[in-house]
Design a protein around this ligand. Structure first.
Ligand SMILES: *[C@@H]1O[C@H](CO)[C@@H](O)[C@H](O)[C@H]1NC(C)=O
Length: 409
């Protein structure tokens, strides 16, 4: 008799849905909705920013695209570093919360009224339901979080992000319990991957082997991105043509997780290759504190040196099977060249390999660092299209089926 082929076994396992491991999605920065409420301590900077009533959607709200409201959005999204607490906080009078923790609801579309243009993880969820037999909100769950906050190195508090890791732990345990004790598959996109890696490393080996089946990382910027230096220096319109990048820059600089995504010397190691070039001074990843100072963001220097650098010093193998799936072959900012106009003007950009946002060196930084690692590179798929592109979705779904077949390590 012929031995059944691998493909045949995968199909069988897909039919026997009982073998499916429950799955939790961890989105990237800006990848889920955030809600806010303003109290009497909130001081609107203009007539346009006045607002009464209860909770409203802070992210994503399309009025951010209209300039008087861009300012309101900016002042509500700002974080402040409190040196006494050694931690970040919301702006005075601004309360925020993450709706629908545990569900995929707040990460399918960023604005449920504008599903077409704000679709985020909806195509991936659809593909997992259709081809793997997952049932949304039963075997397929979501872990949204306040993506403005980041984790910090040992000995430094990070109240909001640490609470997220606690909530995620409870969600993993509950999900496993409700699925006959099966360990869970975690799928992350972008920044979510950094959170998952630290989440795994902050739990014990016995907890991990009991509760985690596999970690599938989609396009994680393990060592940050060069593009992030442009965001700090000159603002980032996120591809929306009529947003003034200098209007959103203060808020983008204030975001703790954005600092986490600055290029790490751990990955951008070449001291002879500057990432930012100006007429008089050049900057490598080793000179990030000087860079923050020179762009006019000296408030960032202390938290960067004390909280972010120690966090990114090392990528630690959490001892669970990991698969890194990412795009390459897309023009990705590698060197930013500023002229005499300084950092308020947009730089000329020299491109290198990557997924359009994250440099290839950063996407592949777990190679040779993690024992049980599989890497799947997909040519021509960008940082965001990895969640939508048909070939990418097929590859992800195929790999999830493979993990469920029990043939993956
Ligand atoms: C900065 O880098 C550019 C390009 O690598 C180089 O031509 C220039 O001499 C450098 N400037 C300084 C001050 O090191």
């Amino acid at each position: 008799m012929k031995k059944p082929s691998l493909h045949y076994l995968v199909v069988i396992s897909m039919l026997v849905t009982a073998t499916c491991h429950p799955l939790i999605l961890v989105p990237g920065s800006g990848g889920n909705q955030l809600e806010a409420r303003l109290d009497k301590d909130y001081k609107p900077s203009s007539f346009w920013c006045k607002r009464s009533g209860g909770w409203f959607r802070l992210w994503f709200d399309p009025t951010v695209l209209l300039s008087p409201f861009t300012k309101c959005f900016n002042e509500r999204m700002m974080l402040y570093y409190d040196a006494d607490l050694d931690d970040y906080q919301n702006a005075p009078g601004v309360h925020t919360r993450v709706p629908h923790f545990g569900s995929t609801k707040s990460l399918l579309y960023l604005d449920p009224l504008l599903r077409g243009v704000t679709s985020y993880m909806a195509p991936l969820v659809k593909a997992l339901e259709k081809d793997c037999g997952y049932v949304n909100d039963q075997t397929l769950l979501g872990a949204p979080y306040d993506f403005r906050y980041g984790l910090a190195g040992p000995g430094h508090p990070s109240r909001v992000a640490s609470q997220f890791l606690q909530d995620l732990k409870h969600l993993v345990e509950k999900t496993s319990r409700e699925n006959k004790g099966k360990p869970v598959i975690l799928i992350s996109h972008s920044l979510g991957g950094l959170f998952v890696l630290h989440f795994l490393n902050r739990n014990s080996p016995s907890w991990r082997s009991k509760y985690i089946k596999h970690f599938v990382s989609l396009a994680t910027p393990w060592g940050g991105t060069v593009e992030q230096m442009k965001t700090f220096a000159s603002g980032n319109t996120l591809g929306v043509p009529f947003v003034n990048p200098l209007l959103v820059r203060p808020q983008q600089r204030s975001s703790e997780s954005n600092q986490w995504l600055l290029p790490s010397p751990n990955v951008f190691r070449d001291k002879a290759k500057p990432l930012v070039v100006t007429p008089r001074v050049n900057y490598t990843a080793y000179e990030m504190d000087r860079f923050l100072e020179d762009i006019g963001f000296s408030q960032g220097v202390v938290p960067y040196n004390t909280r972010v650098l120690p966090l990114t010093e090392e990528l630690v193998d959490p001892g669970v099977p990991i698969t890194c799936i990412y795009g390459k072959g897309v023009d990705t900012p590698e060197v930013l060249v500023y002229g005499e106009g300084g950092f308020d003007e947009q730089p000329n950009i020299k491109y290198g390999d990557g997924d359009g946002t994250v440099n290839l060196a950063s996407l592949g930084a777990l190679n040779h660092k993690v024992e049980s690692l599989k890497t799947i590179e997909i040519d021509g798929v960008s940082h965001t299209s990895i969640l939508k592109d048909e070939i990418a979705l097929k590859e992800i779904v195929k790999h999830i089926s493979f993990i469920n077949s029990g043939l993956a390590k």
